[in-house]
Design a protein around this ligand. Structure first.
Ligand code: A2P
Length: 339
């Protein structure tokens, strides 16, 4: 457990990556009570620096021995690194908030979205998992609806930005777009097909049943975070040529009837949500609107007349912020409140 202090030593592991960089910005913006910030990445980044407030922080090479004296480490360096290094951190008394998929479904590791299940932070044993970006934004809006009307089933289709794959994928979209506009041949390295001017119904590996790992994550993680294995989730995940901001079309079936207005009112008082829903004025969530923001935007809220109790909606959130960095920093904030 974390000892109460005025200021904490915080580390970002994978600080040179897309999410790691965002973690540093979010820590700065939210004025996290920090004695010292330490940044870690691979040997490739040795000597690189990042700005934090008005100081320059040098990136250090990650090893098994670096965790002594660090209170909380935010990990975003891939699942392999998390599996290997998080136990060394936990043994050194450093609490890990891990953004990878490595520990999420481990029954001994809480999987937390602070708006939904902050109580699960009480039973951590040194490692806490940050959920998948698509799951985070979905459960933030599902929670108030579940509390009011008990969700039976959710059908979700995602429209996911390339930044979710990392920096290399952002570069690939940029280069392919430039090459396409210059009539050059496109190179696809990160994705199996061209991503520029395209949509790929393929995120992470395909499993034997035809679903992708990303889709399975949305099912299992939703049930774990909501603490209710009876919620059925039917997902299709799609990568789209957007740099930043995931969107999702949600169809939600509940036990109790909710009108569209009741859903708007529930969501507008729930934490972390902005109801952005005036279609007659072209007001609905967009990746460009949620970029740089920490809230989940919800709009196009309407009743589904093809089932007894159904709601359709469209949500967007910044996948690097609420879908990753902000959620991790919010977990650290709850930990220091609980200390
Ligand atoms: P590096 O930049 O030194 O390769 P992204 O998901 O945006 O690609 O970022 C991945 C992050 O994980 C980067 O900060 C990357 O550092 C870091 N990383 C990758 N491999 C290792 C490793 N073996 N040890 C430490 N950090 C790693």
């Amino acid at each position: 457990m974390l000892k109460k202090k005025d200021k904490y030593v915080i580390a970002v592991v994978g600080a040179t990556g897309a999410v790691g960089n965002e973690m540093v910005s979010v820590l700065e913006e939210r004025n996290f009570p920090m004695e010292k910030l330490r940044l870690f990445a691979s040997e490739r980044s040795e000597g690189k620096t990042l700005n934090f407030h008005d100081k320059t922080v040098t990136v250090e090479i990650l090893t098994e021995k670096v965790f002594d004296g660090i209170d909380i480490a935010l990990f975003s360096a891939g699942a392999e690194r998390s599996l290997h290094y998080a136990p060394f951190a936990a043994r050194a008394g450093c609490i890990v908030v891990d953004n990878s998929s490595a520990w999420r479904m481990d029954p001994g590791v809480p999987l937390v979205v602070p708006e939904v299940n902050p109580h699960d932070l009480k039973w951590h044993k040194g490692i806490i998992a940050n959920p998948n970006c698509s799951t985070i934004q979905m459960v933030v809006v599902l929670k108030p609806i579940h509390d009011a009307a008990k969700i039976k089933r959710v059908v979700v289709t995602t429209f996911q930005a390339v930044s979710g794959t990392g920096k290399k994928a952002m570069d690939e979209l940029l280069h392919q777009t430039a090459d396409f506009l210059n009539f050059k041949e496109l190179k696809a390295v990160v994705y199996p097909h061209q991503i520029a001017f395209n949509c790929l119904p393929h995120i992470d590996k395909f499993m034997d049943d035809g679903y992708t790992k990303e889709e399975i994550k949305m099912v299992n993680e939703t049930q774990k975070i909501m603490g209710d294995p009876s919620i059925r989730v039917s997902p299709t995940t799609v990568r789209v040529p957007v740099f930043r901001g995931h969107s999702e079309a949600l169809n939600i079936e509940t036990e109790k009837k909710l009108t569209a207005n009741e859903v708007r009112s529930l969501l507008s008082t729930a934490p972390g949500i902005i109801v952005y829903d005036a279609p007659e004025k072209n007001v609905y969530p967009l990746p460009t609107i949620c970029a740089g923001r920490d809230e989940v935007y919800a709009g196009r809220i309407r009743e589904d007349n093809t089932v007894e109790n159904g709601i359709n909606m469209w949500i967007s959130a910044d996948n690097l912020r609420k879908g990753a960095a902000t959620n991790a920093v919010q977990i650290a904030e709850v930990l220091i409140k609980m200390a």
